[in-house]
Design a protein around this ligand. Sequence first.
Ligand code: ZN
Ligand code: ZN
Length: 240
Amino acid sequence: MKEKIYTIPVNEAFDEGGECPICNIYHRLEQESIEYMLGPAYMEDDIRMETNKKGFCSRHYSLMYAQQNRLGLALMLHTHMQSVGKKLNELAAKRKPIKKSLFSKPDKDEISAYIDEITSSCYICDRIDTTFERYIDTFFYMWSKMPEIQQKVENSKGFCLKHFSLLLTEGAKKLSSAEYEKLVDIILPLEQQNIKRITDEVEHFTDKFDYRHKDEPWGSSRDSVERGILKTSSEFVEDK
Ligand SMILES: [Zn+2]
Ligand SMILES: [Zn+2]
């Protein structure tokens, strides 16, 4: 079974704990992709052809910039910009005046259509998404075939909002009605309880700034802002 090789990381992501096991999967894939990009990948011709064409999103430029391989990043940036400049020159050379009438919207200029396309494409996002989708498929495969995953879900702290919604929409497509309803029966109350838990933790955090509460213990609220951000926006932030 092809899915089998993906079940181990899915199990590990649940065992790792935290506010969203699916974010654990995504975050791990993202870190691996950044390391891979700045390691063996950028000198591979077929990969460079793709990165030249697509470039990277701002998030993934930032994450690569934060790493130590500035030369690797510069080499990819250089040939990507060469490719953008070449394409722009080609489009500029064949550009014709756009057709416009009072009654219809003007056709989109080919140049801005090209720029929109490359500024919204990212080699790393695409690379992560392909594998991430397989992990989501694996989760649903496990949900229908491996009862132990249900226990792991029940013991988890729910999911970030984006991935909670993803499980609902993808589950509706991929599971039988009975399996799907069972999933909803478990993850919906779980999500409600955990949203309440973290809201209370953040409230306690804010209370600690009030002199009347300053001597109360932090309890679990000390890192609740970081966890609340993960819960609502799927973003790992660190207290530096
Ligand atoms: Zn998540
Ligand atoms: Zn990206």
